[in-house]
Design a protein around this ligand. Structure first.
Ligand SMILES: O=P(O)(O)O[C@H]1O[C@H](CO)[C@@H](O)[C@H]1O
Ligand SMILES: O=c1cc[nH]c(=O)[nH]1
Length: 241
């Protein structure tokens, strides 16, 4: 049965889902990877494409921006469509001198200023961490890209606000080894854990909080995802459960 936000029938969503934030990036990814993909939902104009890559089923759709939007889709994908793993192919802002625009960050864990994970386990500050088999698959794929492609494996921070990053907080996060800020990974990791499923976020650094001179344009945010996609697809289709 369809959900309030996804019109696909049971069986029309693959066990592996690529979930960028941007619906146009989702369409580009789906078209590039699966020219014969079927559009199985477009509730609220959010396209959902299912097809195959090298004989393996795959669904591509967008999460929208922020944890509440991602939370709706991730919950429905895991609980109604029995999705086994979700890989976010996102963008993020660099917050540390250790990353540059264009680099890729495999988000090992996600700090957050959101209250969404606070009430999950009373008395516990939840640790939002990626699924290790997916991290390992992404790292193996990164090794195949060669040393000239900067890929980092590190924590990110998932924030509720795009604007108004407090400078002191950003500096401390960088001091603690956090590389980038985005808006979805912490909720994705927690929802996957809740359902006993797998999740990973692989983000392209689209702008830098310490130096904006090389920031991507809106079009580049939509289009510059190839290396993150290579890693994300390898994770989504990695053999281990
Ligand atoms: O480019 P996407 O994947 O949407 O990710 C980032 O971009 C959006 C903000 O511009 C937020 O969703 C943030 O997480
Ligand atoms: O959340 C985000 C995403 C990309 N770039 C940012 O600065 N913040």
């Amino acid at each position: 049965m369809p959900t309030p936000h996804i019109a696909a029938q049971p069986g029309e969503i693959a066990p592996a889902v690529l979930l960028p934030g941007d619906p146009r990036r989702a369409e580009r990814i789906a078209t590039q990877l699966m020219p014969d993909a079927r559009l199985v939902s477009e509730v609220r104009g959010n396209g959902v494409w299912t097809g195959e890559v090298d004989g393996k089923p795959l669904t591509v759709m967008a999460s929208g921006m922020g944890m509440p939007s991602l939370g709706i889709y991730a919950n429905e994908l895991f609980s109604h469509y029995d999705v086994r793993r979700i890989v976010r192919v996102g963008t993020a802002g660099g917050l540390s001198p250790a990353v540059s625009v264009g680099d890729v960050v495999v988000a090992l864990g996600a700090h957050t200023d959101s209250a969404m994970n606070d009430r999950r386990i009373p008395g516990i500050r939840f640790s939002a961490v990626a699924s290790y088999p997916l991290v390992a698959a992404a790292v193996a794929a990164a090794e195949g890209l060669g040393p000239e492609v900067p890929v980092h494996v590190a924590p990110v921070v998932s924030r509720d606000h795009f604007y108004g990053n407090p400078a002191d907080q950003i500096r401390l996060l960088a001091d603690y080894g956090t590389l980038a800020v985005e808006m979805e990974a912490a909720a994705l990791y927690a929802i996957a854990a809740e359902h006993g499923r797998q999740a990973l976020a692989v983000c392209t650094i689209s702008d830098h909080l310490l130096d904006s001179t090389g920031d991507f344009s809106a079009a580049e945010r939509e289009q510059n995802f190839q290396r993150a996609l290579t890693l994300g697809l390898a994770a989504a289709h990695s053999p281990s459960e």
